[in-house]
Design a protein around this ligand. Structure first.
Ligand SMILES: [Zn+2]
Length: 343
């Protein structure tokens, strides 16, 4: 069981009021928000609107949700910010404009959106969501996929579910150029018109366009970078690839919106972020970058490896969960290496 799961279970038994003095500033993130989930195998990244509203109303009532430009001060004096929360959304799903933004505006809550700029430009599927569509919706048959030694046999629902986990994990370990070949092969597995029909069926997976990103920015949303292509910046990627991903995403956002200070690593967990990626993000000019390790924000951390807590589909014990994130700080400290700012 993951540490964050243990923490959530423990939080059921400890009243939030008891933990209140132990709170520290935290960063929280979600992906998308949809009226309802129609297929949990594909729509893994989204909250329902009702659950999202319950979460952010809890934040509104019990915490201080601050804009990300307060981060420098919060990191310097975390003990003064025991109830401070930074709220973020990753990827750049169109439903953040259509569903999440109106709820957050109604409650006057500031938030930051991290976009993968190539996906915004092209509208291409998130590669791992496309992989899920392939695994669950490609016609029955045996498929030879580039860079995978084993034939992928797709048949009944149970068999597809069994294959999914190992296939998706293996895919994330490919260099980006090889992963793009797999994406092309998976698209070819669908009969003509099928992917278009799936696009309609899963409109939840549509990305924002640039004009929609700009509209959110005009409405006060901070826009950060989530790499150029939504792919892990892990040890399997070349140094040139990592540098280009960090540089081009920042350039694309800054050229449209004037600046881009913040970065969030795609996937962002152990095995998804290499030391070279952290260096590439730092050298590209971002002032801060966020992982998906759970923990609290404090000045001793590497500013390009800050922790964030992933909001679960439902969070009935948020008052207890957030102060308890301090229990994960020792792990974050082990994973965080201080990097001199000028090396
Ligand atoms: Zn992402």
């Amino acid at each position: 069981m993951k540490g964050s799961e243990i923490l959530r279970i423990a939080a059921r038994w400890v009243p939030g009021a008891t933990l209140r003095p132990f709170g520290r500033p935290v960063a929280l993130f979600f992906h998308g928000v949809v009226p309802q989930i129609t297929d949990a195998r594909i729509e893994i990244n989204h909250h329902t609107a009702d659950a999202f509203r319950a979460i952010v109303m809890r934040l509104k009532r019990g915490f201080n949700v601050l804009p990300l430009n307060a981060l420098d001060d919060v990191l310097k004096r975390p003990e003064r910010h025991t109830r401070t929360v930074f709220l973020m959304a990753d990827d750049g799903y169109a439903n953040t404009l259509e569903v999440a933004a109106p709820i957050l505006e109604e409650l006057h809550l500031p938030w930051t959106l991290f976009v993968s700029t190539e996906n915004i430009e092209t509208g291409d599927w998130n590669p791992l969501i496309l992989a899920r569509l392939f695994l669950y919706f490609a016609p029955d048959g045996s498929y030879s996929v580039p860079h995978f030694q084993q034939i992928i046999d797709l048949g009944g629902a149970d068999q597809r579910g069994t294959i999914a986990q190992s296939f998706l994990q293996g895919l994330k370990h490919l260099p980006a150029d090889e992963a793009r070949e797999v994406v092309s092969a998976m698209k070819c597995a669908f009969p003509a018109g099928k992917l278009d029909r799936l696009s309609c069926q899963f409109a939840s997976e549509r990305y924002l366009t640039w004009s929609e990103v700009e509209a959110l920015h005009r409405r006060g949303v901070e826009i950060g970078a989530h790499a150029h292509w939504h792919w892990p910046l892990n040890e399997f990627q070349t140094l040139n690839y990592l540098r280009e991903q960090a540089r081009s995403a920042r350039q694309a956002i800054a050229s449209r919106l004037g600046s881009c200070r913040y970065f969030a690593y795609p996937f962002g967990n152990l095995g998804d972020v290499s030391t070279n990626a952290v260096h590439a993000v730092r050298d590209a000019g971002y002032t801060h970058a966020f992982t998906t390790f759970s923990g609290t924000l404090r000045s001793s951390l590497d500013p390009w490896r800050l922790p964030r807590y992933a909001l679960r589909p439902e969070e009935p014990n948020l008052d207890s969960v957030l102060p308890m994130l301090r229990l994960a700080d020792r792990r974050v400290a082990r994973l965080s290496v201080n990097i001199p700012a000028t090396c």
